[in-house]
Design a protein around this ligand. Structure first.
Ligand SMILES: *Cc1c(COP(=O)(O)O)cnc(C)c1O
Length: 404
């Protein structure tokens, strides 16, 4: 079997997906980033510095927890959680942000830049930049700045500059455009640090490499706990970085089934979901080819999920490829299922998950009862729910006996 973990090819293609569709000014710059990354990534010095930070700064390895109560209640497969919510800053994003900022330093860049929607990528990048001594500009839509006040404050405390974006709908897509423009103006002293396994080559494979520590740890830990491989892996998919981080170490283990969970939001009507691979078709967005929710002209359409980290109209090119070759099955969970799962795992295991991660839990809740008791499911619990609690109790609390 081909070594799926070693994809893509030299041009960044995962089958017909990926690549680099860039304005002429950026072609050479991106090529240089790819060439330099290829040279640096496997050097002992780079690996040692990154793994030292993973251990002493992030708190890796994150534990695996056997969710016995949830498993018992469901009466089927045994559910285990890879606890990325316990990382410093509370999610998996710190894994790739540290890698990207370390690379930026090696490339002699002064500043890292990125867009952010809900502020999670912005906070993780601002954290890594503070630690490693680089300047950091975060582009954020004015609507999102208003909505995500705590994360805006966090970024500022960490020393980042939050740049308000007032074009278009003043949300994530416009922030991407503004950040892209800023990068075009100075691609030499800045590095654009992409927040998932998306964007032009080399970002989909680079971010995957940095996240793949999750699956490598999980494989060893799970074997130490049970003497086996997990039978099923489940992770939520926005751009797809936490999912590919868990999946990569297991891609060639044919007994391991994998499920990527996309948000079906309120319904499968246009504008009410972000189930890119379930409902989309191949197209080009933000410099790469992937499954895409698009109109007849190839323009991305509005998408929605209760979990703002999942509402992206595209998806990582490697996921698009893994769907076509059927190595991973892409399924969906809606807002309501995610909210139910959010409360269920909070109440039976004492773990409040991020709304994004709750989509993975929701699918496990559907899958586990259909499987025998000696089967196992390993969920990537990508983040903690602190950022979501106020919104959840305000909007849904009454249905779960909470009055605020
Ligand atoms: C951003 C985010 C996601 C979605 O991003 P992926 O690249 O698909 O992993 C999932 N979970 C959490 C907690 C996030 O912050």
């Amino acid at each position: 079997m081909m070594n799926l973990g070693q994809m893509p090819d030299a041009q960044g293609n995962f089958g017909e997906y990926g690549g680099a569709f860039l304005p002429p000014q950026l072609v050479d710059v991106m090529k240089d980033v790819a060439v330099q990354y290829e040279k640096i990534k496997n050097t002992t010095a780079f690996q040692e510095e990154l793994y030292d930070l993973y251990t002493h700064y992030v708190g890796r390895p994150s534990p695996i927890f056997h969710a016995r109560h949830l498993s018992e209640k469901l009466g089927g497969a045994q559910i285990y959680l890879k606890r990325e919510d316990l990382n410093h800053t509370g999610a998996h994003k710190i894994n790739h942000c540290l890698g990207e900022v370390l690379l930026a330093k090696r490339l002699g860049k002064k500043k890292v830049i990125a867009e952010t929607g809900a502020g999670q990528h912005g906070v993780a990048l601002a954290t890594a930049a503070a630690l490693l001594g680089l300047e950091c500009d975060i582009y954020m839509g004015e609507v999102d700045i208003e909505k995500e006040h705590p994360n805006v404050v966090r970024m500022k405390i960490l020393g980042a500059r939050v740049v308000p974006v007032s074009i278009g709908t003043k949300t994530l897509k416009d922030a991407v455009d503004a950040c892209f423009m800023a990068y075009l103006q100075d691609p030499v002293s800045q590095l654009y640090c992409i927040g998932s396994v998306v964007g032009p080559h080399p970002f989909p494979s680079m971010v995957r490499d940095f996240q793949s520590v999750v699956g490598r740890e999980a494989k060893e830990q799970f074997n130490a706990m049970t003497g086996k491989l997990p039978d099923n892996l489940i992770a939520c998919v926005g751009g797809g970085s936490n999912a590919i981080g868990l999946f990569t170490a297991f891609l060639e283990d044919e007994t391991v089934a994998m499920y990527g969970v996309e948000p079906s939001g309120l319904s499968f009507k246009p504008g009410e979901h972000a189930a890119t691979m379930t409902m989309g078709t191949p197209g080009i967005i933000h410099g790469f080819r992937c499954y895409l929710i698009q109109d007849e002209k190839g323009e991305p359409l509005p998408v929605y999920s209760v979990a703002s980290g999942l509402d992206y109209p595209g998806v990582g090119p490697q996921h698009s490829y893994l769907k076509d070759i059927r190595r991973v099955e892409y399924v969906t969970a809606g807002d309501r299922e995610a909210i139910d799962a959010f409360f269920e795992i909070s109440r039976v295991e004492g773990i409040i998950p991020a709304l994004e991660s709750a989509h993975a839990v929701a699918y496990a809740i559907k899958l586990a009862p259909k499987l025998p008791k000696d089967q196992t499911i390993l969920i990537n619990l990508s983040g903690r729910g602190d950022k979501d609690i106020d919104f959840v109790v305000k909007k849904y609390g009454r249905d779960y006996g909470i009055s605020v």
